[in-house]
Design a protein around this ligand. Structure first.
Ligand code: ADP
Ligand code: ADP
Ligand code: ZN
Length: 237
């Protein structure tokens, strides 16, 4: 049966409305679970910014901003940067114009204090979070992923020496920037980050489950399969 014009118009306006729909997402998961990889792809797919607190801190270190100098000593050891510093950064960032249609938080919140103050903030600003995506990956796989992770020094795209190779060795596919191995991706620091994750961040899974916002996803699948699953979750939001 041919599609009539009226139903086509209804469909087009539905697509347009969906295009305008605001989408606010939080990524949870241990270090190395694939938050950055997926957040960056989803950011492109849905046209909303990825907010990575880790990237913001690393940029502050490179640019020798006061914040970076303060944060570096914690990051080098695999400890968390103090809550007040992080909450300030995120509060400023979600207020920027490019977050008007939503955002994807990657690496925040990481403590119950951060989650509670973000709840307050989103309530005051009337910007409710739609969903919390939780990536599940076992500990040994996460260690393998982090120990082989390479990051673009210019655009922060993540690669892996075995699982996610760039087309040209040592060079970013996106911007031709040089790839480097993060100093906190050395195994001893990785183990400490995982300990911190378990003690301080993992309780947020329950926190968001109780709020009815949590969607758990198997993070051990291939990058492309996980992406497809995430897109199908977000498309019906
Ligand atoms: P990962 O890729 O392991 O998830 P990130 O790049 O998100 O790591 O974070 C690197 C480091 O930056 C953390 O180990 C921590 O020191 C600091 N950091 C990033 N986000 C936060 C946060 N929300 N709270 C406290 N510290 C943070
Ligand atoms: P996070 O932001 O949670 O710390 P990343 O997105 O940086 O994690 O991923 C960690 C490392 O694992 C990177 O080297 C990335 O290329 C690789 N990686 C991400 N997702 C997968 C996957 N599904 N399978 C295999 N390797 C992956
Ligand atoms: Zn790059």
């Amino acid at each position: 049966m041919p599609i009539n014009k009226a139903s086509l118009i209804v469909f087009e306006s539905f697509v347009k409305q969906r295009g305008r729909r605001k989408l606010r997402v939080i990524f949870l998961g241990p270090p190395g679970s694939g938050k950055g990889t997926q957040a960056s792809r989803l950011s492109e797919r849905f046209g909303i910014p990825q907010i990575s607190t880790g990237d913001i801190l690393r940029n502050a270190i490179v640019n020798k901003i006061g914040l970076g100098i303060k944060a570096k000593e914690y990051m080098d050891k695999g400890e968390l940067v103090p809550d007040d510093v992080i909450i300030g950064i995120v509060g400023d960032r979600v207020n920027q114009q490019d977050c008007e249609n939503g955002f994807i938080l990657d690496g925040f919140p990481r403590t119950v204090v951060q989650a509670e103050s973000f709840d307050k903030m989103t309530e005051e600003m009337s910007i409710p979070v739609d969903v919390v995506l939780s990536l599940n990956v076992n500990e040994e796989m996460v260690v393998k992923r982090l120990c082989g992770r390479m990051v673009c020094k210019d655009c922060s795209t993540n690669y892996h020496i075995d699982f996610n190779l760039p087309k040209k060795k040592g060079i970013c596919d996106q911007c031709s920037g040089k790839l480097y191995h993060r100093p906190d991706d050395e195994e001893d620091v990785v183990r400490n980050r995982l300990r911190v994750y378990k003690e301080t961040t993992e309780p947020l899974i329950d926190y968001y489950q109780q709020k009815g916002l949590l969607r758990a996803i198997d993070g051990e699948e291939k990058i492309e399969n996980i992406f497809k699953q995430l897109v199908s979750v977000l498309e019906v939001m």
